[in-house]
Ligand binder design. Structure first.
Ligand SMILES: [Zn+2]
Length: 262
């Protein structure tokens, strides 16, 4: 605060919303979110974060827009452009009051910690388990709140991590081997978009301090059957990254090797 007259008009529906209000809107304005992956999940998450007025949005993606992305990665329209740049361009057109920062690199065990610094909240919008576990482990080690999202086929899932609460490895343990990729089994764009919207909602709730976060809860969504399922889970004392006798205390690139790329 204070808001310009343009901002006051733009955010007027937030101002009257008890969950946000002018004070919540100023929190959004001063907040920063890092979105890792500007694909299907990232597309809808980034659009709604930007429209909501999140002041600084980091967008990390090394990949280029391909024609086969366009059925679900709705933030992109120019084939061949880097996805982080393409998404940042979209954000600046959608809402000139927020700042979009494109990070044109693959986040790895070596560089992820420095990229996470300075952000209040992180969205894992990646599409490979190796990267998802890397994001989880980095956030746990740095005590950085984040929201995990995933989608394939016509299904998706989402959960949120806060320091001292259950993490992705409490639920899944080790990186699943030979999990099929979206290129192999296909993906329905609207399903991915819905999970991305829910991730943006988690980030907004975290920033303004309203509602209940998906902490210790995994929501599974089945788009074909139109069913949501909630799985409650607690911290696993044998969790390799947050348990009593944790074996992961630093990030080692050997643990997060991506086996196939395309
Ligand atoms: Zn854990």
């Amino acid at each position: 605060m204070p808001f310009s007259s343009d901002e006051s008009k733009r955010y007027s529906r937030h101002f009257v919303l008890p969950a946000i209000g002018p004070f919540g809107q100023s929190k959004l304005q001063n907040a920063s979110v890092l979105v890792i992956g500007a694909g299907g999940l990232g597309s809808s998450a980034i659009m709604y974060l930007a429209a909501a007025g999140v002041g600084r949005i980091g967008i990390a993606d090394y990949d280029l827009v391909d024609e086969s992305n366009l059925n679900r990665q709705v933030i992109h329209s120019e084939v061949g452009l880097n996805k982080a740049v393409s998404a940042a361009n979209f954000v600046q057109k959608l809402n000139p009051h927020v700042q979009a920062i494109s990070i044109e690199k693959r986040l790895t065990a070596e560089n992820i910690s420095s990229e996470l610094e300075g952000y209040d909240f992180v969205l894992d919008c990646t599409d490979r388990f190796e990267t998802k576990f890397l994001v989880n482990d980095a956030c746990v080690l740095l005590r950085k709140p984040y929201c995990h999202g995933g989608a394939s086929g016509c299904e998706g899932q989402i959960m949120t991590y806060l320091p001292d609460f259950p993490c992705l490895r409490c639920l899944m343990g080790e990186i699943p081997q030979d999990a099929p990729t979206c290129a192999e089994i296909g993906v329905l764009g609207s399903t991915v978009g819905l999970i991305g919207c829910m991730q943006a909602t988690e980030a907004i709730k975290f920033i303004v301090g309203s509602g209940s976060l998906l902490v210790g809860r995994l929501i599974k969504y089945d788009g074909l059957e139109a069913r949501f399922q909630t799985l409650n889970f607690g911290r696993d004392e044998n969790c390799p990254v947050c348990g009593e006798h944790r074996r992961i205390t630093t990030l080692d690139k050997e643990n997060y090797k991506i086996k196939c790329d395309f």
